[in-house]
Design a protein around this ligand. Structure first.
Ligand code: CA
Length: 272
């Protein structure tokens, strides 16, 4: 304990949130509908299932490669063991599916070539051909294949992954991406998708027609040439996730004199 604590800890916590500013939709209030801070050493099985074990691209999704570090983080590790490249992750399939709202993750991306991280929404409904993406889509809130470039990918995929597959994507400039933790967000309304990096809007689209059905959350790593040559990687390498949160917009109150005292998503805090 320092002799002089100039700034109380709660104030420091508030200051830490200050860079995460964005313009919230006018008059919106938000309520949490899903959250995991990854405290403790046991993954919350009511919220998540691990992906694997099974082949994934040229590597393997291994259940053991996703675990809590006991310091408040989820770790998704890329490994080379017995000549087999492994990665992994979590999904909320069968536990939490949701349409619309604000989705965000605070994390530090992997730091070796050949492996990348992703925070995405998906359901098998993505494979429904026709009707654009309105009847199901994959929404990539971030993917980090471009090590050292301070740039990441966002995308929407619909109508399956075969001959009818369609997609929209953008490369997002992201200062400091590889250096530290960052917050990636998606505001999904019935009319459009709005993407955020550290609380700042970076893109918006309604390409494909906005998905109108629930999707589940995926937090994963991948191994593949898109991220470079995994043979050059020093493994293990970790994707570290501080938290995942989902918020719903609260319906506008009929009377302004009875405002809800709800928390706001990190990206929206302090924006009033
Ligand atoms: Ca479709």
């Amino acid at each position: 304990m320092p002799r002089f604590q100039l700034i109380p800890t709660p104030v420091l916590a508030l200051l830490a949130a200050v860079p995460l500013l964005a313009d919230p939709p006018a008059g919106a209030q938000w309520k949490p509908v899903f959250a995991d801070d990854f405290q403790g050493t046991e993954l919350d099985a009511a919220k998540w299932e691990k992906v694997g074990d099974g082949k994934r691209r040229g590597a393997w999704w291994l259940r053991k490669n996703a675990f809590l570090d006991g310091k408040g983080n989820l770790v998704v590790r890329s490994t080379l063991e017995d000549g087999k490249y492994g990665c992994g992750g979590l999904r909320t399939r069968g536990k939490f599916r949701h349409a619309f709202g604000y989705y965000e993750i605070r994390c530090r991306v992997p730091r070796q070539p050949g492996t990348w991280a992703a925070f995405w929404l998906y359901d098998a409904a993505q494979g429904r051909i026709g009707n654009g993406g309105r009847d199901g889509a994959e929404i990539d809130i971030f993917e980090s294949p471009w090590l050292g470039k301070n740039r990441y990918n966002i995308a929407v995929h619909w109508d399956g992954y075969g001959k009818d597959h369609k997609s929209w994507s953008r490369a997002i400039e992201a200062p400091g991406l590889d250096d530290d933790f960052h917050v990636f967000g998606l505001l999904w309304t019935p009319e459009e998708y709005v993407f955020y990096y550290d609380g700042k809007e970076v893109a918006r689209t309604s390409q494909g027609g906005v998905c109108q059905v629930p999707l589940y959350i995926k937090v994963t790593t991948e191994i593949g040439d898109w991220a470079g040559d995994i043979k050059r990687a020093e493994l293990p390498d970790d994707f570290i996730v501080d938290w995942v949160r989902v918020w719903d917009r609260v319906a506008e109150p009929a009377a302004k004199q009875a405002p809800a005292a709800e928390q706001e998503p990190a990206a929206f805090q302090g924006a009033r």
